[in-house]
Design a protein around this ligand. Sequence first.
Ligand SMILES: [Zn+2]
Length: 134
Amino acid sequence: MLIVLVLAGCGGAPIDLTPKPNQDHAVEIIWGYLGAKSSLPEISWRPMTSCPNGEPGLGFDDGEGKCVAGLYNYSGGFAIIMWMNTSFHETALAHELIHAWQFKDKGIADSTHSIVADWHQVPGINYNLQDFGL
Ligand SMILES: [Zn+2]
């Protein structure tokens, strides 16, 4: 709850915990693709917005001054993702769930994306989502 207030206080729109249509299916595909065993993190959404502070591109402030399209909070165990007004494969959902999977299943906090083999799974996951119209 603190995070909600902090982010809302940054001038952005508040996060939204309401699942997007077919979110369960999208998450099931991603979690299955990874072979994840842990419980899912809480997923919340931010509306599509331009980066704050005149930075180019789309995204929101990650709380540390960086413009991102999604984040996974290791200590809180939740993900916040910008909804791109289209479908899940256009969002950072697969990326942030890989962070969650690495952390919860393998005990690794790879915030610098150094485990290349894990990150190379993102396109494959997104193609799968696209195949299902997600
Ligand atoms: Zn990342």
